[in-house]
Design a protein around this ligand. Structure first.
Ligand code: DGL
Length: 276
């Protein structure tokens, strides 16, 4: 997408990426909170899952994707992937001129605000949990917080395979979240962009006493603040345009996108991300 703006960068798109469809939950929130902004989304479906990959590879993938989004003139980038936010954000922020927002700090901030007893659970990929990124972010805001993390690697394929409502998903939720039932957490961060697609199942399992936090809303608010600060809010009055790219299996991605987003996506383009 080449959006030419005579007056500056305001109509240029926000670039959003994730390892797959999960980041659409963040894109959906950006569409709700910033309805005038154009968005370019990239899902790295050829290299998913990110959650079990090494830090070096996640940094390499993130650099390539940011280069692609910058080539599309993104005025800001949202790393809508907790794993890439946890492992690559600090590095890529130093390397690119464009503002880059991750989802960990916004998610931690929302959880600290919600929690009354300062006992916070975090579910995420193996890499995100191992990195302790949420624990560090939460403790920097609330030093006495108790953070209990749990990697739930099977949640991503369940979502990618469309098993959100399936019985087997209930058993896997029980397997992973059983320890939280006695843990007295009052807040649970969905620290992987795929997990909001299991939100109602997780809520049902944990009960009303646990607030579920999806970092997407808070991340959208951070993007809004950055655009305002940079004076790059899209105030053209034009209808927002959305474009979607993947590194593999565009048709499958399209079906999911259409079940997650509030409108039907017509075109998903497959690109070779290794060229970037
Ligand atoms: N959706 C990504 C995240 O938020 C990870 C899923 C994956 O393992 O690729 O961490």
């Amino acid at each position: 997408m080449q959006i030419v703006d005579q007056s500056g960068k305001n109509t240029l798109p926000i670039g959003v990426f994730d390892s797959g469809i999960g980041g659409l939950t963040v894109a959906r929130e950006l569409m709700r909170q910033l309805p005038d902004e154009n968005i370019i989304y990239f899902g790295d479906t050829a290299r998913l899952p990110y959650g079990s990959k090494s830090r070096d590879n996640i940094i390499r993938f993130s650099r390539q994707i940011i280069r692609f989004l910058v080539s599309k003139q993104a005025k800001a980038i949202v790393i809508a992937c907790n794993t890439a936010s946890a492992l690559a954000l600090d590095v890529v922020k130093q390397e690119f001129d464009v503002p880059i927002v991750g989802v960990i700090v916004p998610g931690a901030r929302a959880a600290v605000r919600e929690s009354v007893n300062h006992r916070i659970g975090v579910v995420g990929t193996e890499s995100t949990i191992r990195s302790q990124a949420y624990t560090k972010a939460i403790r920097s805001m609330e030093s006495d917080a108790v953070v209990i993390g749990k990697a739930c690697p099977l949640f991503v394929p369940l979502v990618e395979e469309g098993f959100a409502k399936h019985n087997v998903t209930g058993e896997i939720i029980d397997y992973y979240l059983r320890d939280f039932v006695e843990s007295q957490i009052d807040t649970m961060i969905l620290g992987c962009t795929h997990y909001p697609l299991l939100r109602s199942r997780i809520r049902e399992y944990l009960g009303d006493r646990v607030q579920i936090v999806n970092p997407a809303y808070e991340a959208a608010m951070d993007v809004k603040a950055i655009l305002e600060k940079e004076q790059s809010v899209n105030d053209s009055g034009n209808l927002a345009r959305y474009e979607f790219y993947v590194s593999d299996a565009a048709e499958k991605f399209k079906q999911f996108a259409n079940s997650i987003l509030p409108y039907d996506v017509e075109t998903i383009r497959k690109i070779n991300i290794d060229e970037y």
